[in-house]
Design a protein around this ligand. Structure first.
Ligand SMILES: Cc1cc2nc3c(=O)[nH]c(=O)nc-3n(C[C@H](O)[C@H](O)[C@H](O)COP(=O)(O)OP(=O)(O)OC[C@H]3O[C@@H](n4cnc5c(N)ncnc54)[C@H](O)[C@@H]3O)c2cc1C
Length: 357
């Protein structure tokens, strides 16, 4: 049973990174109890706004490890994963001279059928074909929350905002806006884009480390019935990805447009330049008049100068506090890999504490 206010590990932030971390901790450490605190309801932060495409693309060695661990994590869950993740063939558009295969963790084929009939590739690119997946982040959050609570050692506490964190000799105490305090042997902060602005110390730490927030822009697209297919296209050189939604028949388009240091609670509007670039990509691909914008998703994610997540003790907040952030608009697809590394960091810290007790 979980001691309501004194779990072994307290995870603050019930987005996909926090929930995947809690589920992984419970799986890896059978004697450990875990509580997740979420200020809203689970999955209502950045995770809710994601498209979400799960591609095997990586930039660095750590990134590759996160991609491979994440794909293996879903595969190990078998049929359970089909509730929130389904396969979609992916056509990659590769610019002349660009080397894509050394950035993709699975083999790509040349000359395969490519994008569906009626979809016209951008001029001058090569086409390579491989696998991708689309995810329903909300459904996945609920699957993870069930895993946590069904373990009998985990709980998810919603509508509870953490406002302060104090280190104590063998753990840390988190105080919440409602006056309750949770004391744990270790605290994991998975606050997503709320982390940099959460407190004076996280502000200073983020500024020193170069951790920043940036807007992420997503469009919901409807496509004429004759052109609809279970197919995704990605163009890393242009940072454009177009793919079906997990369910409902619509499509998702993501386009890069840099607006830095944006607070997650600020109003978020679609930018005209993003709409213009959407037309510039989709008109040639599908034909003018054969697609339309049915909505948009604009929110914020965290970015690091190294282009990879931070999964590490956060000494500015104390030796018993681990941080998992810096998700670069890819936190859904990297969540299990980030969770595995975070769980490893937390469990080794707990071991050390128990060792000296
Ligand atoms: C438009 C858009 C499209 C995207 N598309 C993709 C995609 O296709 N593929 C992909 O992999 N990624 C995509 N992403 C990125 C992905 O959504 C994020 O990287 C991921 O959701 C980050 O998860 P998280 O758990 O770190 O953050 P969040 O989901 O934001 O979770 C943090 C949680 O902490 C909670 N919280 C904050 N402060 C407190 C507090 N004081 N006390 C308690 N709880 C608190 C928040 O309410 C929130 O639920 C996209 C993002 C956007 C915005």
């Amino acid at each position: 049973m979980v001691d309501d206010l004194n779990p072994d590990v307290l995870v603050v932030g019930g987005g996909l990174i926090g929930l995947a971390t809690a589920a992984t901790l419970l799986e890896r450490a059978p004697g450990t109890s875990v509580t997740v605190l979420e200020r809203d309801v689970i999955g209502r932060g950045a995770s809710r706004h994601s498209g979400a495409i799960d591609i095997p693309y990586f930039r660095t060695a750590l990134h590759r490890q996160l991609v491979e661990t994440s794909w293996a994590w879903h595969e190990a869950r078998g049929a359970q994963a089909t509730a929130y993740r389904r396969q979609v063939p992916m056509t990659w558009y590769v610019d002349p001279g660009a080397d894509l295969q050394s950035h993709v963790a699975t083999p790509l084929a040349r000359g395969a059928p490519g994008a569906p009939p009626g979809w016209r590739s951008p001029d001058g690119v090569r086409e390579l074909v491989g696998d991708a997946f689309v995810i329903d982040p909300e459904a996945w959050c609920h699957v993870l929350a069930q895993e946590v609570t069904r373990s009998g050692r985990g709980q998810v506490v919603e509508h509870t905002t953490a406002v302060a964190l104090d280190e104590r000799p063998r753990g840390a105490t988190v105080t919440c806006a409602d006056g309750r305090s949770y004391s744990a042997g270790h605290v994991v902060l998975t606050l997503g884009p709320w982390f940099p602005g959460w407190s004076e110390r996280t502000r200073e730490w983020s500024a020193a480390r170069g951790l920043r927030t940036k807007r992420v822009f997503g469009l919901n697209i409807e496509v004429d019935a004759s052109l609809r297919a279970n197919a995704a296209v990605g163009w890393p050189g242009a940072d454009i990805y177009f793919h079906p939604a997990h369910a409902g028949g619509g499509y998702r388009l993501s386009l890069r447009h840099d607006e830095w240091d944006v607070a997650p609670d600020a109003p978020h509007a679609m930018a005209d330049i993003v709409l213009e670039r959407a037309s510039g990509f989709l008109d040639p691909l599908l034909g003018k008049g054969h697609w339309s914008v049915s909505g948009h998703r604009v929110f914020v994610d965290t970015y690091t100068p190294e282009f990879e997540p931070v999964i590490a003790p956060c000494m500015a907040l104390g030796g018993r506090v681990t941080l998992a952030t810096g998700t670069h608009g890819s936190g859904i697809r990297l969540a299990p890999g980030i969770a595995e590394l975070t769980a490893r960091t937390v469990l080794s810290s707990l071991e050390q504490t128990r060792g000296v007790a």
